[in-house]
Design a protein around this ligand. Sequence first.
Ligand SMILES: Nc1nc2c(c(=O)[nH]1)N[C@H]1C(S)=C(S)[C@@H](COP(=O)(O)O)O[C@H]1N2
Ligand SMILES: [Mo]
Length: 447
Amino acid sequence: MHEGFAPALNDRPGDQPDDLIPVAGGGLLHRRALLRRGLVFASATSAATLTARADAAGSTVDAVVENASGEFPAWMRTPGAPFSTYGQPSKHENQVVRRIGANRLAPGNGVSWTPLEDLEGFITPTGLHFERHHNGVPEIDPARHALTIHGRVKQPLTFSVADLLRYPMRSHLIFIECGGNSNAGWHTVPIQRPVGSFHGMVSCSEWTGVPLSLLLAEAGLEPAATWAVAEGADAIAMNISLPVSKLMDDCIVALYQNGERLRPEHGYPMRLIVPGWEGVLNVKWLHRLELTDQPVMARNETAKYTELQPDGKARQFTFVMEAKSLITSPSHGQHLGAAGYYQISGLAWSGRGRIRRVEVSADGGKTWADAALQDPVLPRCLTRFRAPWQWSGRPAVLKSRATDETGYVQPERQALITQRGSNGYFHCNAIVSWSIDEDGDVTHVYA
Ligand SMILES: Nc1nc2c(c(=O)[nH]1)N[C@H]1C(S)=C(S)[C@@H](COP(=O)(O)O)O[C@H]1N2
Ligand SMILES: [Mo]
């Protein structure tokens, strides 16, 4: 029998099926083991508490679960609550909330983080999508809001919300990640917080709206129109430049998020969606797009999102969010119980396209095994990965490493620092390591 296998796996010693033989150090199993039956984690149920009951018409049979004393639970003895006009999570899940990190003097400036540690799959519920506002959420009357396209165009045009709702639309299931996400990864001491509270400025939604290529074609681009400045209708009139080639390629003016009209905090009534690029480009409350022949050198492309390199030069216009992955379970603050079988689960994404592969390590990066990727694996979208793991009960270091379809491999933290120096603040996509001690407690480590 292989060392560390828990009795929970119903296999006889000496008769280990292939998928339960570790494929990498620290007890990582083949991802096929995720499909196995026979992991007995439920408590035993005696046949007497499971009774079959014929309904009054005698045509169907319901299985009814009684408790040990033979009584039905309270919620099976009285009619349930009536309908609701807009659904809310169970009150038993009310600890699953965004964590707010705002400026005390200017509470509208800051972020709220997605609690990645509490979520599964790859869609972020709209109410838990991270927020980044520079000056609060404006209260916009949609009847008085419009998008104006002007500057280096043949015909300046203004589109009301009603106008845009008549155009052909397109949907993208994509992530938005703030360029400053994970910036604690640049700290010299590993930060100890839940994974969502320092990596949770990434979220994933279905965004639906009007392709920019359509609107720009109507306005008619002048040959010199190679850049545009996008501006929001918030109290900071946030603006930023981006190349027209990207706008023409895959950007949309989004009106809907996850099937419903945008929520105020995500840009109601319209926002720019710039798939795979820094979050800051996804200008919310979009009201102006000015075509130019060069970037305007706004605050967000000079004072911010610019980083001094080891050679003394600054990186600028680093738009694409490079491939990244994180294990969300187990992760900081969680606790493993007994030694035995666990499922490692996490998220991977790349601003350059699809995730091709995610590997996980349970021995601090000495050996790696392929994780299973949840279908569908979409370009510029979060991808859920999972890997089966047999924890021996001894200390272990878990890591994940993403490779995208361009062949780019997520770097170790030390390699990123060697390349970028120690002035980093933005674009930290280094491999994340979680240490599990013999008590099953999980902490963040640089390993
Ligand atoms: N008008 C406006 N657009 C904005 C911002 C803002 O403060 N004002 N913040 C930007 C930043 S830095 C990010 S990361 C994303 C966050 O989008 P979200 O709040 O929908 O998650 O919006 C961008 N668009
Ligand atoms: Mo951001």
